[in-house]
Design a protein around this ligand. Sequence first.
Ligand SMILES: Cc1cc2nc3c(=O)[nH]c(=O)nc-3n(C[C@H](O)[C@H](O)[C@H](O)COP(=O)(O)OP(=O)(O)OC[C@H]3O[C@@H](n4cnc5c(N)ncnc54)[C@H](O)[C@@H]3O)c2cc1C
Ligand code: SF4
Length: 529
Amino acid sequence: MTVLRLVMGDQLSDNLTALTDLDPAHDVVLMMEVETENTYVRHHKQKIVLVLSAMRHFAASLRARGVTVDYVKLDAPENTASFTSEILRAVARHRPSRIVLTEPSEWRVRALVEGWEALTDTPVEVRADLRFFAAHERFAAWAAGRRGWRMEHFYREMRREHGLLMEDGQPAGGEWNYDQENRKRLPARTTPPTRRRFAPDAITREVMALVESRFADHFGGLEDFGWPVTRAQALEALDDFIVHGLPSFGDYQDAMKAGAPFLFHSLLAPALNIGLLSPREICEAAEGAWRSGAAPLNAVEGFVRQILGWREYVRGVYWTLMPEYADSNALQATRALPAFYWTGDTAMRCLCEAIGSTARYAYSHHIQRLMVTGNFALLAGVAPREIERWYLAVYADAFEWVEMPNTLGMAVFADGGQMASKPYAASGAYIDRMSDFCSGCAYDVKQKTGPKACPFNYLYWAFLIRQEEGLSGNPRLAMPYRTLTGWAPERRAAILAEADAFLDRLDESGGRPSEGDDGRLMDPVRELL
Ligand SMILES: Cc1cc2nc3c(=O)[nH]c(=O)nc-3n(C[C@H](O)[C@H](O)[C@H](O)COP(=O)(O)OP(=O)(O)OC[C@H]3O[C@@H](n4cnc5c(N)ncnc54)[C@H](O)[C@@H]3O)c2cc1C
Ligand code: SF4
């Protein structure tokens, strides 16, 4: 009897549990491109191309091994546009004895799958996704009884458990964490390495044409598409990073530079999140580089922490707290997302750079996400759900299980401290310290108030004043709140009024210096496309 084995767009791994006992003589692998998955948020065109092209390549590799693949293309006339209606059609075509799949990575799809057995009158077997270091139960056991879930504690347990960067039961080099060495500003004359990108082949070009015609109004451009879409390409990208990026990854992990969105980052998240690479092989390749002397420990530890620590941890947070987590709004933020998040049409150069690379490459690195676009949304009081949907839409690596905790927990503190011990709120001084953006900005980062003052400066203090009741008791915010106690009521009122005036005219001005100012304006992102 036929077993129908489902492979979704982020499950493109040969060792997927749904495929482990595949019988090519009898079984059928079902892969579906459905409209609703591409439009529940208006994904960046590059993300859609990445997923659909990688799916088509994966199907071709299965067929080359003699596997029967029933592949439903997006533009097939009979395609009914949703997972559930396509499952019903597939069951009618193959009359399988059972449906086997690996658990979907998102809560929304998991909820759909729950209805399939009754709907199709066919047994549905959902298997665990073993492509992670920590099973759901492992995270739950760690989290049980803890009040704040600090990633660092979880990460140390993962290091011990998986033996990565360990020597005789102790962390390699004697420290768990080399963060102190990993916050350097990029020296002005540094040229970041040219990164391995992949020219679209015939399959990718066909998908690009399809996406241009069907999703023309989605965010971003396709001209610079260069993401790996096969396992062979993903392995090449990994090698390229280990040789050219990893040695300086640690030193400049938090640095930002105008016109250089990639710096020494790995660019591996898109391939990793759709299953073309495994987290273990990436971490082992990085550890190997340290053991062979090709990369320093601060770089390798900093990198392994992102994958073995952060990535596993946010998955645990997501699955432990969903579905209520999606509605978190501890700071009661309600502002609509400023329109310039979609156009980059703002005089704030840091935002223009971050949104520009997002539109052009479906990429910006972690500090741009956290400390530029995220920080601004936090300080401006943007509604968590609005900024969360934006992050889900605009990055090639955006999948809800990893994007949502990063946005709600890290960027905008909507979970009230479940993940972060304090909000990642910062004034312009932080951005100035870590980047070269401010020197070419219409605003002056040194000015605290007035029409030329960097908006991050007064927005930062206005945020602290507004959130005083809830945040002033936080020991990690003791210093700024001590400063605020010395402020006269008039000074506080003036900062609040300046912040309000700026925010009130945000959409109409795109965040430009107020009228009559001669500040230089930045090119809008759309000119980059
Ligand atoms: C608001 C916000 C939204 C984000 N949304 C996503 C998302 O949708 N998908 C996603 O994969 N990452 C997301 N991140 C985490 C991180 O920014 C990206 O993983 C990273 O920028 C991807 O680029 P890279 O592959 O060059 O990463 P590198 O800097 O080279 O890091 C190496 C790898 O570590 C992992 N990693 C690093 N930081 C994190 C983190 N905080 N959480 C989970 N994994 C991490 C990624 O797999 C990444 O590929 C988000 C971060 C923030 C602050
Ligand atoms: S001055 Fe302010 S707005 Fe301009 S780039 Fe610097 S931090 Fe951003």
